[in-house]
Design a protein. Structure first.
Length: 364
């Protein structure tokens, strides 16, 4: 596949001091930014599809892992429903709303899932009480929520750190990566989000990574992104919903590749003016090999809100070096996607709430 990717590399030192609950950590880190301009013209790929015999009202999230298809319905009393990925048989439901020990009060979308010692697990973040690793198989067998481990944030520095965090990820069993909004962290001179790496053993922040370098003050809602952690937990990707931009972050080197799929940089402030606002990356998924970005192809935000004018969904596939590998026409409007950990199938929920399976064998 011939590609013409013009890479303009520059390094920007982004100095940031840790604030709020980690003021006494007194550290500064630098993030290196590299700009990648993509001018590829890729052929469009179509995938074979089938509608699965699973009938649920408004699925709000979905994860395909091991032999399980995990579907969330945040409006139901038991949020998680599990189906067999082979037979589509309903296997069980759990994760109740409430204030009990293993219940959730405020619970958003899933941010992390993984295989551990041969068992499929998902991370549950119940704000503001705990972060826990849910064992899917044991929960099905018990008919209730079963956690393998739980991180609580009721006291110490970690309480304030967790309260000021958005999504939280487990890097390992002694280190958590907390997504920080600068405004909630007491930072007033810039709008750039960052990660703090919390050491569970010392109850302190040992480093941070500022993963944005926007200038000026921008409404966080307008520059929101889907943040996905690579399964090996060495990199992460940012898919911006209203900016034609993808960020690939090396968590060990604190380096960020900013991928511009449109082939040029632009003034973010101008792009986000109300008359210019467009919709780009709605959703994402990643494996150790690829990044799967669900794209609205730069359609107007106002068009996306109308089912009649919303664009047909496109799947843009990148590798972790930032190369644009595949462009897939999904042929319909998609809300949610998930890729199984063998990278054989893409599972999706369309705007009619149908659950669809796409064959990924065309992607080598």
């Amino acid at each position: 596949m011939n590609k013409k990717i013009f890479i303009l590399i520059f390094v920007i030192a982004v100095l940031s001091s840790c604030r709020n609950g980690a003021k006494d950590a007194a550290f500064q880190n630098s993030s290196r930014f590299e700009t990648v301009l993509i001018t590829d013209t890729l052929p469009i790929i179509n995938l074979s599809r089938e509608v699965l015999p699973i009938d649920l009202i408004y699925p709000t999230d979905m994860v395909a892992i091991d032999t399980f298809l995990v579907v969330l319905q945040h409006h139901e009393e038991k949020i998680i429903k599990v189906f067999s990925i082979n037979s589509y048989k309903f296997l069980g439901e759990f994760l109740r709303k409430g204030g009990g020990p293993n219940e959730v009060i405020v619970f958003g979308r899933l941010s992390q899932w993984f295989m551990e010692e041969g068992e499929p697990k998902i991370m549950i973040q119940s704000y503001p009480n705990y972060l826990a690793v849910l064992n899917i198989r044991k929960s099905i067998e018990a008919g209730e929520t079963v956690y393998d481990r739980k991180y609580t944030f009721e006291k110490g520095k970690k309480k304030n750190l967790f309260l000021a965090s958005n999504s939280v990820y487990e890097i390992n069993q002694s280190e958590l990566m907390m997504t920080k909004d600068p405004l909630r962290s007491g930072i007033t001179d810039n709008c750039n989000f960052f990660w703090e790496f919390y050491d569970c053993k010392t109850d302190g922040v040992k480093r941070n990574i500022v993963y944005e370098n926007f200038t000026g003050m921008i409404d966080p809602f307008l520059k929101e992104s889907n943040r996905l952690l690579k399964p090996d937990r060495k990199k992460a990707v940012l898919l911006y919903s209203k900016i034609n931009l993808i960020g690939i972050v090396d968590l060990e080197q604190a380096s960020i590749k900013q991928i511009y799929p449109g082939g040029k940089t632009f003034n973010v402030q101008t792009e986000l003016e109300i008359d210019n606002r467009k919709s780009y990356f709605d959703e994402g998924e990643c494996t150790d090999q690829y990044i799967f970005a669900l794209s609205s192809k730069g359609g107007k935000v106002s068009d996306k809100a109308n089912i009649e004018t919303a664009p047909i969904s496109q799947l843009d596939v990148f590798d972790w070096n930032g190369n644009y590998i595949y462009k897939v026409d999904l042929g319909e409007r998609i809300r949610i996607i998930s890729v199984d950990n063998n990278q054989r199938y893409l599972y999706a929920v369309n705007t009619d709430d149908a659950i669809i399976r796409y064959d990924l064998s065309a992607l080598k």
